[in-house]
Write a protein that binds this ligand. Structure first.
Ligand code: TYM
Length: 328
């Protein structure tokens, strides 16, 4: 079984990225062949400072290693270092329709904040590149947060369409989301997703202990005093219960049972303790990896391994569509 996922180096990673995706990548290492990459070409789809892109990309490499990914078991690489991603995307974009791209929630959300004359083509064509990322590695499982499911479903449709026309060429992937933590909400407005591109109410993976505690203690809560999971009437408390459960790897009912009879203030303190206990050691591992620069060799080796697999798929697709391929 092949498993693949990626994170885009835009902005600082949040607790949402961590609980919905990053924390779980390592769990797949004993289930199959894992490919985890830094989606740096995707980061260019919204305006980004070049220094920031560079530093964020390096940070994500370090975060991958700090999260427990073992480069002996997982291929860790930069999307841009395997040119097959861009090459396959250029082919696949012809099998995805404008109507489908226009329906993508992410495109609608992100383009809403820009005016037409400043929306880059890359933002609209985003899913074509993401489709290529996935199918290049004959991926079966794509672990992602809820907000990326629509993109993976589009890949599914594309594969069906492509294979219908050319035969059994591409493998059909399936998104896998966490039971708890697939959609962490903003602490200041629990009706919207915690997002690195809209950082109000975020906990960042780089926040220090004091900041983490302060943000959680001032998180928006709801009327009433019961600690109960009820997304509609108690979105703030439900989000904090989710954060606690996802951090501790327990279910929502288990978290509810633990906090029965707690006051909001004591509950929040326990959530803050849990997040601090998880993130502070993670930050220490990150710092060490950043300093010893071990991530550089990991990315080079990852590139070489990824390229071998990706190139085979690209060749197969090129041949299928009738491109005159010159070497094997
Ligand atoms: P990105 O960088 O926006 O997010 C990385 C991962 O974090 C998840 N996530 C969340 N999970 C729970 N709660 C949240 N509030 C939250 N916010 C983000 C995302 O769902 C994602 O799993 N397009 C992708 C990167 C990508 C990719 C791919 C992923 C490019 N190619 C191929 C998988 C396969 C993205 O922008 O994720």
């Amino acid at each position: 079984m092949r498993i693949l996922s990626g994170i885009k180096p835009t902005g600082q990673l949040t607790l949402g990225n961590y609980l919905g995706a990053l924390k779980h990548f390592k769990d797949y290492q004993n289930q199959g062949e894992v490919f985890i990459f830094i989606a740096d070409l995707h980061a260019l789809t919204l305006p980004i400072d070049s220094k920031e892109l560079n530093e964020n990309s390096r940070d994500i490499a370090c975060y991958y290693l700090a999260s427990g990914l073992d480069p002996k078991k997982t291929t860790i690489f930069l999307q841009s270092s395997v040119s097959e991603h861009a090459e396959l995307s250029a082919i696949l974009q012809n099998y995805i329709y404008m109507g489908e791209l226009k329906r993508m929630t992410q495109f609608k959300d992100k383009s809403k904040k820009l005016n037409d004359s400043s929306i880059g083509l890359g933002l609209f064509a985003y899913p074509a590149l993401m489709n290529a990322d996935i199918v290049l590695y004959n991926t079966d499982i794509v672990p992602v947060g809820e907000d990326q499911m629509q993109h993976v479903e589009l890949t599914h449709d594309l594969v069906k369409r492509f294979n219908h026309r050319y035969g059994d060429i591409l493998v059909n992937p399936k998104a896998q989301v966490q039971k708890v933590g697939a959609r962490i909400m903003s602490l200041s407005d629990p009706s919207v997703k915690m997002s690195k591109s809209d950082p109000k109410g975020d906990i960042f993976l780089k926040d220090d202990e004091k900041t983490i505690r302060k943000k959680i203690m001032s998180a928006k809560t709801d009327s009433g005093s019961e600690i109960k999971f009820d997304k509609e009437n108690k979105p703030g408390i439900s989000n904090l219960l989710t954060i606690y459960a996802a951090t501790k790897d327990i279910t929502i009912p288990e978290a509810e049972a633990k906090f029965q009879g707690y006051r909001y203030g004591d509950f929040k303190k326990a959530v803050a303790d849990a997040v601090v206990e998880e993130l502070i050691p993670f930050q220490q591992r990150y710092k060490q990896i950043l300093e010893d620069k071990s991530y550089l060799k990991v990315l080079k080796d990852g590139r070489d391994k990824a390229k071998k697999v990706a190139h085979q798929t690209l060749l197969k697709v090129q041949k299928a569509v009738g491109i005159l391929t010159l070497d094997e």
